[in-house]
Design a binder for this molecule. Structure first.
Ligand code: VAH
Length: 316
């Protein structure tokens, strides 16, 4: 029987991934943990431990006591927040990963999931249909930490045989939990403001194309990757993952089909420079070939789902 520990379960990905894993493996077999108090959606749906991923002794004791067989490490400082405090972001993103890599080896945890991001790509990376292997020179501390982390994951696979798996997520769009301080957060806020005020001031310029994905696709990709046979995982750094690409102009036009009076204005801030350093679109042929990945949501389908769900629930 699997016993899964989700670290950073209270974050944008963590809440939805924990709920999906509990549905699949049984709620008592998925321990949610975070440095914060339990998220409202997690509090009554299974075991919860308040845990600081930087305290490796505390994590190690929990893994041992609960006989954890898989760990999903989601705790991270994202791109925009990271640029406000680069050394703190580097410390959190790297020390948390090194702690967990070592604990997995010491305690023979069978599988580890750790997310990377399209933020590993920088200004020198070809922008269209960015390939799995290409020029990779990240320009944010978040991107630097994610690329360094990918290399450490590959090192722990090669040296210790640790079955660690990873995806380079695009910007993720969700409604169940708040976004975590990323540059792509505008694509969540715009839906909330469209319903609340029928208008939105965007912190990126209108033609800023970015790779994006609806959270349902990201959660499915994560679980499909983790459930794929070990021998089919050929990439032990991190797989490119592609959903869709759009600009603020295009997402506002998709919203206007549902809310005709919706208006958007633009006031680019420091996050524009981060967004401009990232690709416009990603190719994910390796993920398709190795473990059968295929996205299901496009902008129209996501917009309908986001507005429908945001209308029916108070934001968690
Ligand atoms: C961020 N949402 O904006 C994250 C993501 C590709 C962007 O990694 O930092």
């Amino acid at each position: 029987m699997e016993k899964i520990l989700v670290i950073g379960a209270g974050g944008q990905i963590g809440v939805e991934l924990t709920l999906a894993l509990r549905a699949k493996y049984g709620q008592d077999n998925v321990i949610a943990s975070d440095i914060r108090e339990p998220h409202v959606l997690l509090a009554d749906s299974g075991p919860y431990v308040q845990l600081d991923v930087m305290n490796s002794n505390a994590v190690s004791l929990l893994v041992q006591k609960e006989k954890v067989t898989q760990i999903y490490l989601l705790a991270a400082i994202l791109s925009a927040t990271g640029e406000k405090n680069p050394l703190w972001a580097w410390d959190i993103n790297m020390k948390s990963l090194m702690n967990i890599l070592d604990i997995c080896v010491e305690q023979k945890v069978s599988k580890l999931y750790w997310p990377s991001s399209i933020a590993v790509f920088g200004n020198t990376t070809p922008k269209e249909n960015t390939e799995q292997k290409t020029i990779i020179e990240p320009v944010t501390v978040y991107g630097i930490s994610k690329y360094a982390g990918e290399l450490w994951c590959q090192y722990y696979f090669d040296k210790y045989g640790l079955d660690v798996r990873s995806l380079r997520y695009p910007g993720l769009i969700s409604w169940k939990s708040a976004p975590g301080g990323g540059t792509t957060d505008y694509a969540i806020d715009i839906y909330i403001e469209a319903l609340k005020k029928q208008s939105y001031e965007c912190f990126l310029s209108e033609h800023t194309y970015l790779p994006m994905m609806y959270m349902d696709d990201a959660i499915r990709a994560t679980i499909e990757l983790m459930e794929a046979p070990k021998e089919s995982i050929k990439n032990r750094m991190s797989y490119n993952l592609s959903g869709m690409s759009f600009s603020p102009k295009e997402i506002s036009e998709a919203i206007q089909k549902h809310i005709p009076g919706f208006t958007i204005s633009y006031a680019p801030d420091f996050r524009q420079k981060i967004a401009d350093s990232w690709p416009k679109s990603i190719e994910d042929k390796e993920a398709e070939k190795d473990w059968g990945w295929k996205a299901e949501y496009d902008l129209e389908k996501m917009t309908a789902a986001m507005l429908e769900n945001l209308k029916t629930v108070k934001r968690m």
